[in-house]
Write a protein that binds this ligand. Structure first.
Ligand code: ZN
Length: 260
């Protein structure tokens, strides 16, 4: 396992420039949420889909099967699926959103304008670069590095790249993807926000999703920033696994993807 992990991490490192380039491509796309207060839909509609079209090319490059899910045809969610060996193992979903909030004071950004992905001192500036296009790019890199390393997982790996998160429109985004059948035994919402106390709520919600799914009833994954645990965690060991996945995903990338 250690050899496999080292190999995957080396493949991650080898793709460093590639993933930064992808992040820059994504930041250049104005994917402001068209339903955000003060935003005119006609000014920004289609941006979320364009971001997902960029990701779709990368998903396919990584060997993923891709699917569109679009209750609103102008706001398309992307799903990538990397099939596991014989479909016998547990499945894992990584979930991220491509919409952003509108920029504050767009004429006074240090990088010239919000959609100019300028790199200064190894930091990339641009709207949505943290929340959460860097994670969107990293999700692709998980799948790409596994493929580069020739790793075959036991279960399916799913990537959900959804719309509508910034306005809580889960019925157009994550819920639509799940209702279309792209569920998994566990999920990691790769939202990077690190406000005190917030990530615990988000990850608790993820763990609950996992236990509900295992119970055989319909899953309802809520990855949004304001999600709250609504039922007790029924399977602590599973919750622990999910939390471990999260921490290993962050530094530097995904030993859990191999273990899963
Ligand atoms: Zn976010």
């Amino acid at each position: 396992m250690t050899d496999a992990l080292d190999h995957v991490l080396a493949c991650v490192e080898a793709r460093r420039e590639d993933v930064v380039e992808l992040l820059q491509e994504l930041v250049r796309v104005n994917s402001v949420n068209p339903e955000f207060a003060g935003v005119r839909r006609e000014d920004v509609i289609g941006g979320e889909t364009r971001a997902n079209e960029i990701l779709r090319e990368r998903y396919e490059q990584a060997g993923l099967e891709t699917h569109w899910v679009a209750p609103d045809p102008e706001r398309r969610n992307l799903v990538g699926k990397r099939k596991g060996r014989n479909g016998g193992g547990r499945s894992l979903a990584l979930n991220g959103h491509v919409d952003t909030v509108p920029p504050v004071d767009p004429d006074n950004w240090v990088n010239g304008n919000p959609w100019n992905p300028e790199i200064r001192d190894e930091r990339l500036y641009g709207i949505g670069s943290t929340d959460m296009k860097a994670s969107d790019a990293a999700m692709w890199l998980v799948a790409q590095a596994l493929t580069d390393a020739g790793i075959e997982l036991e279960g399916d790996l799913l990537l959900h790249s959804v719309v509508g998160e910034e306005t809580m429109q889960h019925e157009l985004g994550t819920s639509a993807v799940l209702e279309a059948g792209f569920t998994a035994d566990a999920a990691i919402v790769t939202e990077p926000t690190s406000m005190p106390g917030l990530s615990q709520k988000v990850w608790s919600s993820v763990a609950i999703t996992a236990s509900i799914t295992n119970g055989g009833t319909s899953a309802n994954m809520t990855g949004s920033r304001s999600s709250r645990p609504r039922t007790p965690i029924r399977d602590p060991s599973l919750a622990y696994t999910v939390v471990r996945c999260e921490s290993s995903l962050r530094s530097p990338l995904s030993s859990s993807a191999v273990k899963w």
